[in-house]
Design a binder for this molecule. Structure first.
Ligand SMILES: [Zn+2]
Length: 237
């Protein structure tokens, strides 16, 4: 699905990943669930680009519903996978803190579980990553810049591409709560430190972008400032 001239989305409102498509190559932001590899192939076929045009995968954090098919791209195509050093262990199957899920509703929970079963719930951990730090601008199509967003996990980041006029936020905020089905910008469930996650939103609110793109929920077409305002309101409610 095409959002902008250089901006594509794969997956759906349950789990999504993104492509920055430039003439010189493609940058992937997150890799969804393992079975979404088929969605990636379909999207690349539709725009007539080969898989070897992918120059790198930038992960917003190390959770299993974001690392999806990244290891497969790394192993089979030698595509490097970038992640913040504080989440490098988590992406390779290390321990993660247990967090209470909070409120949930049966219907949305069932849809999330059914999608997971269809697209592969069993995590495919990375065996090798390239570690990045806050403030890094990566030498990849779209010139993605890494912005630390600790809270959901210690190594959660937002990825800002001025070229794509987009900020990819992973689970730093979401626009559809996977467990309740509530739509609109809000805090994500399973967050290690919810207060820190809300505090980190100040790191993106000043960015000049037209899209705020979460790992769960519809694309937010608007400014980061507007998205952040909405999350703060939802967090207080
Ligand atoms: Zn997630």
């Amino acid at each position: 699905m095409q959002l902008g001239p250089a901006l594509h989305r794969i997956g759906n409102d349950i789990v999504a990943a993104y492509l920055i498509v430039e003439p010189e190559g493609i940058t992937l932001i997150d890799a969804g669930l393992p079975g979404m590899y088929a969605d990636l192939r379909r999207e690349l076929d539709a725009i007539r680009r080969p898989i070897d045009d992918i120059r790198g995968v930038v992960l917003t954090h190390g959770d299993s519903d974001h690392i999806g098919f990244a290891e497969r791209l790394r192993r089979d195509h030698g595509i490097p996978v970038y992640i913040h050093s504080a989440d490098a262990d988590r992406a390779q199957g290390g321990d993660k803190p247990q967090t209470p899920a909070g409120p949930m509703r049966f219907g949305p929970l069932l849809r999330f579980a059914a999608f997971g079963i269809r697209k592969g719930m069993r995590p495919q951990w990375l065996t090798q990553v390239r570690e990045v730090a806050d403030g890094d601008t990566l030498d990849l199509p779209g010139e993605p810049r890494v912005i630390g967003m600790p809270g959901h996990s210690a190594g959660s980041v937002a990825v800002f591409s001025p070229a794509a006029r987009a900020v990819f936020v992973g689970d730093a905020l979401t626009t559809r709560h996977v467990l309740t089905g509530r739509t609109g910008p809000g805090p994500a469930p399973f967050t290690d430190d919810p207060a820190e996650a809300v505090a980190s939103l100040s790191h993106i609110e000043h960015l000049d972008a037209d899209w705020v793109l979460p790992g769960h929920g519809p694309a937010f077409h608007g400014s980061p400032a507007a998205a952040v305002r909405a999350v703060r309101g939802a967090a207080r409610a």
